[in-house]
Design a protein around this ligand. Sequence first.
Ligand code: F6P
Length: 517
Amino acid sequence: MSLDALKTHADRLAGGSLRSIVDGRGDALSDWVFNAAGVELDLTKQCLDPAALTALLDFAEGLNLSSHRDALLSGGIVNATEGRPALHMAYREGAKIDGSDAAELVERTQAQTREFARAVRAGEYQPSGKAISRVVNIGIGGSDLGPRLIADALAEFADGGPEMRFVASLDPSDLRLAVEGADPESILFIVASKSFSTQETLMGAEAARAWLSAYVAEDRLGGHFAAASAAPDKAAAFGIPAERVFDFPDWVGGRYSVWSAVGLSLEIGLGPEVFAAFREGARQMDTHFATAPLAQNLPVLKGLVDAWNRVALGYPSRCVAAYSARLGKLADYLQQLEMESLGKSVTVDGEPAPTAGGALVWGGAGTEIQHSFFQWLHQGKDIVPVDFIGVKRHFASEDARERALAANMAAQGAALLDGRQLDTADEGELASHKSMPGGRPSAMLLLDDLNPATLGALIALHEHKVFVEGVVYGINPYDQWGVELGKVLTTGILKGDTKEYDASTKALLDRTGFGGR
Ligand code: F6P
């Protein structure tokens, strides 16, 4: 099965009506709804019929998707450009990865972070004679977005743990606000950085130390810092005492690192049991991904459908609409996971990629986004597939607001699908303004309830679906060379070394009086 054959199916389906595809499923509608690990994937509103789905699955088989998956899960070198496996799954509770020494290393650091988190939560850890009441994670990208999302999503599970705050920006106000109102003697900074060489994080950590030194004696400063890093020597050189440098191996990618010591702020703020339940949910999704037939496999199906929308139907972006206030940061998290992984144009072998890479991912929290950009989704010229992420329990909730949240989500999917065609006889001259084209596909991901386990499963599902898309596009989802050039140029600008720069950039620096230091 070739890409051209897939496109033939896509042209056939795109030429008809999405409503007729959906209604045409008849009694087989439930065949398009899949369940695993407390997550339901509803693909009934996708622009796919049985023949197209079979072709898509054949296409995946032709790419040896199952063998690629088995290589990933058994520690194969799936990150070829950096010569590494991608074994973040080794951190899920109880997960055993064959063919690697991951398990022992993981167990050691998990025992260390668990004990430290317990001591902090119990008020036993007192670097300045007081219990810790606020934990500030300093990190960026994968060392920030995962902890930030999960801290928000599971805030109601914190059970009295220290407050969690996050600093990612170079803007000094970010740190200022993160420490505002805190007792400096009760604060713990966690410097999370895989490389321990990221400018934003190191400058943030230095600023935090400078701020704290106004309140805490020099010999106590180090007690207020911990680190999560794959470069423990650099963390130690920064002045963080070795017993609080929690390391992880380089085969944990930054955007896949929340399961590792990078989740320390969560383990402290939410508690080791909640953090373990989060990992256990992911482990259940790992098992499903490893063992379920491709045609029933949620990460496989989601990855293939997203690739179908991207390369067969040609839709360049996908909107993530989370109908839960607690999942308001999900789109930000998925944006890094997907776009840093799949925003590439060369194959693993360095050849021009035969297809587009992954889609642009954007979104936010419903129903708020209905009152901002949904107009564009309903009546704009571009078709954007939408993922609705919601909570199944809300549909039958006793709480009227939860039921309204679920009803809004269902209504938006129906509106995108069907649109509305009005005629002037009924609506007068505004008929065309009030009409909507419809024909816009969506998927729904429903968590049985929002809890640590289902959240873990939801994130693992997306990690694996990114891998599946990587196989379809033929690219390496685990490197990110594209972010390097900007870092190099920033260093040059800061040093005042701008002679090779373009006329526009030079003029900007002159005009603004920028002084290299
Ligand atoms: O943006 C590039 C990147 O390397 C991401 O992949 C990573 O998550 C982020 O920077 C932070 O890196 P580190 O954890 O090494 O500080």
